[in-house]
Ligand binder design. Structure first.
Ligand SMILES: C[S@@+](CC[C@H](N)C(=O)[O-])C[C@H]1O[C@@H](n2cnc3c(N)ncnc32)[C@H](O)[C@@H]1O
Length: 407
């Protein structure tokens, strides 16, 4: 199944609050590096300093920012925060002189290009970085190549699975499979990737797991049916289910589990981090398989091929697949992550200096990103780190209540 559920895609957004919490986390982080792998010589910058560095470098290069640009750069562009998260974690690793940024399923390459733009403002980090994109679609590779190199004609774009120099400095390499990415220290990023990977569906009947399958409907069209009794897939793919799990309908993506297992093994063997960002749940949801067409829900069995197909990511299953060789953090909600990255403080500063129209726009965009009924709850973040990491990466300290921004 090759689908790209762009219709609901809305690149993660990050906001600031609870800055004291953030600073606390950083202080702890500053004391503790991955010294076993690291080459730590200098005190790393905390998040606040990293943001400041990012902004001042940009202003020095291009002149003052408009408020709109500032918002885009530091408030409503989550990619900036993901990029800064990578730089922060690289510092915690002891600033190794080589780090692969590996993005799974980069879509149009927008996130990769935006992250590279952030990286280019941190010279030492940018020198250490190579970009590795894992992509199945040659058409998408062309778009990614355009986004990363600035080339505009198809002739200039990359031939399948070759390498190029990005306009941001570091080289970019394309791979068909994760297995082809060199086994070196990597920071893996998967943003709205796992929710498009194929799932198997199972439903419990008379105490047994049967498989939900797609069959032909009498009179034409397609319909879901249930197998008579457990299938081989039901026997093979439900071994992670525990007795306490009360669901009678589950969806499993073994391909996702396999990829997460491989990333974890690599992180354990070679160091690095992973950040998985997606619509999902912590092993609680049942029937989430659906289609999206023209930004609206669409019957996944109607007009096959015309809608994007997607299923929420089961983060509990992914965590199970990580095994015990690594540590996982989260999943936390987007609201949690954005708050943990300190969005509230920046918002307050912006609000103080904004006119009424800007205030309204700011509060609306933050609401969209943070409110539980918008993207705040459904969008989740999971981090993977080596076992010896003994601090909580920024954004992943669990928070109990939602921090809603008041006008
Ligand atoms: C929904 S889009 C991702 C969007 C992108 N990450 C973003 O944040 O904008 C899914 C991407 O994953 C790619 N893809 C789908 N299945 C894949 C697989 N098994 N391995 C690698 N890439 C895959 C698609 O071609 C597409 O580029």
């Amino acid at each position: 199944m090759h689908v790209c559920a762009m219709s609901r895609r809305n690149i993660t957004g990050l906001t600031w609050s609870v800055f004291s919490r953030l600073v606390g986390a950083n202080r702890l982080g500053r004391r503790r590096h991955d010294l076993s792998r690291g080459l730590c010589t200098q005190e790393p910058l905390d998040l606040k300093e990293l943001f400041m560095r990012h902004l001042t470098t940009r202003i020095k290069a291009n002149g003052p920012l408009t408020v709109a640009e500032y918002m885009k750069e530091v408030l409503i562009n989550p990619v900036t925060l993901i990029g800064i998260w990578c730089v922060y974690e690289w510092q915690q690793m002891g600033k190794p002189d080589k780090l692969q940024i590996v993005e799974l399923g980069p879509g149009r390459g927008t996130l990769a290009a935006d992250m590279m733009r952030v990286f280019s403002q941190f010279q030492e980090f940018n020198k250490a970085v190579t970009l590795h994109l894992v992509e199945v679609s040659p058409k998408m590779i062309q778009l990614q190549s355009q986004a990363l190199t600035g080339s505009t004609t198809p002739d200039d774009t990359v031939a399948e699975y070759q390498s190029q120099k990005t306009k941001f400095g570091p080289d970019v390499h394309w791979h068909r499979f994760l297995d082809q990415v060199p086994k070196e220290r990597s920071c893996f990023i998967a943003h709205e990737f796992f929710d498009v990977l194929p799932i198997y569906k199972f439903q419990k009947k008379d105490g047994e797991w049967n498989e939900v399958m797609v069959d032909i409907q009498e009179g034409g069209g397609l319909r879901f049916i249930m197998s008579r009794g457990p299938t081989t897939n039901a026997k093979a793919f439900l071994t992670h289910m525990t007795d306490s799990d009360e669901r009678d309908h589950v969806e499993v993506s073994p391909e996702s589990g396999n990829l997460v297992q491989k990333m974890s093994q690599r992180i354990s063997d070679h160091g690095g981090r992973a950040m998985i960002i997606d619509y999902g749940h912590d092993g609680t949801k049942t029937d989430t398989f659906r289609g999206f067409k023209d930004h609206k829900l669409y019957d996944p069995l109607q007009n096959p091929g015309s809608a994007d197909l997607t299923a929420d990511v089961d983060f509990a299953y992914l965590k199970h697949c990580c095994g015990d060789k690594v540590k996982t953090f989260g999943p936390v909600t987007q609201n949690n992550f954005l708050n943990g990255m300190g969005i509230g403080v920046r918002l307050q500063v912006l609000l103080k200096n904004a006119d009424d129209k800007t205030r309204k726009a700011l509060l609306e965009s933050v609401k969209r990103l943070m409110h539980p009924q918008e993207m705040g709850d459904a969008f989740k973040f999971l981090a993977i780190a080596p076992k010896d990491v003994d601090y909580v990466p920024p954004g992943f300290t669990p928070m109990t209540a939602h921090t809603e921004q008041k006008s």
